[in-house]
Design a binder for this molecule. Structure first.
Ligand SMILES: [Zn+2]
Length: 435
């Protein structure tokens, strides 16, 4: 994508992302943050009730609600409803749409390798933006501050071997750098670019930030000392966090999902705190202090998802009465294990994280996994849905080669299921050259 076409696209997005709804959402968040704990809890129950009422308009929930008792307390009401599995949402997507007015489609590759097509309305898009905005604010960022972004956006062709490895976004005042060109040869350019822009803030995939920080560590490069590194969309490992904090700047962690049912961010003590005006989170025990995150989102009433099983794992959750080491109250948890994908290594030395994007927007997949057998050979495992066809295979292959380049031999392997790791996590990318 060229700088010009990117900026034209962003101008169109500006209409929604900085709209009346965006400012309204910002005000609501500010108001909520100034409430007492009791008022906040009351607001959460109110939002939960509104979500349940919105869900009653969908085909799926209206039939369920008919057969269940309705309680005045929305939490009791919620708990009568069965958990919602990804596979059911994937196969019956339309039954979950409450109102398709002013909505757009959104695609996710999902933590469990199951791509989904979701509906979102303008309000929820603006609200998500406002949430990111106020999260960045907690790290000291203001809207006129420069930002560096390294979040898997495909901004330059994969076969480019000369700088620049990114583009300027004039609309949102940031430099978007490629997550697909990070190698020992190119990283010095990235470091210089960060210095030249004078940006003090980075928004990145943990894998992209780590690849840069680790290069700096190996080559004894002076730390960048930025004000904040905002990490989202992947599991943040302590070992990676330590290197990023030492060489780039203090880490602010985020947990969320494309289904938009839960939002948590890390505090000064490194624990995750829930935004209780965003959703209602439950934790299903899995043993060994681990719990599956199951959540009900408040912010997208065009597709309300109740008790949605995210497939992500929380460690040591704590309730709203619990006072965290940072001084604030819960609810939250000590650690979140979401994606645990390997980095994909290319023959020209690039290290790529979050490659599961290649399954985004591909229909008819129940689950999928990329297994890098060697630098030259990759296996793509797919559990096919009923209508899967050669067209879907071609699209996966095209998406894959667009990100890693042409020098890889790809073999598709159709299987009935994809095994999980010992602790029950799904790995979308497994790389043997790495281990
Ligand atoms: Zn805390």
């Amino acid at each position: 994508m060229s700088t010009i076409s990117h900026n034209i696209k962003m101008l169109a997005k500006l209409v929604v992302k900085r709209s009346f709804w965006f400012h309204k959402a910002m005000n609501e968040i500010k108001k909520f943050d100034n409430m007492s704990l009791g008022e906040q809890r009351a607001m959460q129950l109110n939002l939960l009730e509104r979500t349940l009422v919105a869900a009653a308009k969908t085909k799926y929930y209206s039939s369920i609600f008919d057969s269940l008792p309705r309680f005045d307390n929305p939490v009791e009401w919620l708990k009568t409803i069965p958990y919602l599995d990804k596979e059911l949402l994937r196969t019956k997507t339309k039954d979950f749409v409450a109102n398709s007015l002013f909505t757009t489609s959104a695609y996710t590759s999902g933590t469990t390798g199951t791509p989904l097509k979701l509906r979102r309305n303008i309000l929820s898009i603006a609200r998500e933006q406002a949430n990111f905005f106020s999260w960045y604010n907690t790290g000291g960022w203001k809207s006129d501050n420069e930002m560096i972004e390294l979040r898997g956006t495909m901004v330059v062709p994969v076969n480019r071997s000369e700088p620049p490895y990114g583009i300027r976004d004039y609309v949102f005042k940031k430099n978007i750098l490629s997550s697909y060109h990070l190698s020992d040869k190119t990283i010095p350019w990235y470091i210089n670019k960060i210095k030249k822009t004078g940006a003090k803030f980075v928004s990145a995939y943990p894998s992209s930030a780590f690849v840069i920080a680790d290069f700096m560590r190996r080559n004894n490069i002076n730390p960048l000392n930025l004000n904040a590194v905002f990490l989202a969309s992947e599991t943040i490992f302590q070992s990676q966090k330590d290197v990023i904090e030492k060489f780039i700047g203090p880490v602010y962690g985020h947990y969320g999902n494309a289904e938009r049912v839960a939002w948590m961010t890390t505090c000064s003590a490194g624990y995750y705190h829930e935004n209780i005006n965003y959703g209602y989170t439950e934790y299903i025990p899995l043993g060994d202090n681990t719990y599956e995150i199951v959540a009900t989102g408040f912010i997208n009433n065009s597709m309300p998802l109740l008790r949605y099983r995210t497939g992500d794992i929380a460690v040591d959750p704590f309730g709203r009465q619990h006072r965290c080491a940072c001084g604030k109250n819960g609810p939250g948890c000590r650690k979140i294990i979401g994606r645990i994908d390997d980095l994909f290594i290319t023959s020209d030395g690039r290290k790529i994280g979050r490659l599961d994007h290649v399954f985004k927007g591909v229909n008819n997949i129940i689950a999928a996994q990329i297994i890098q057998r060697s630098l030259e050979k990759t296996e793509i495992k797919v559990v096919r849905g009923n209508s899967y066809s050669k067209k879907d295979e071609n699209l996966i292959l095209e998406n894959f080669l667009l990100r890693v380049g042409e020098n890889v031999n790809v073999e598709f392997n159709y299987v009935n299921s994809i095994p999980r790791t010992k602790n029950g996590k799904f790995r979308a990318v497994v790389s043997f050259p790495l281990s």
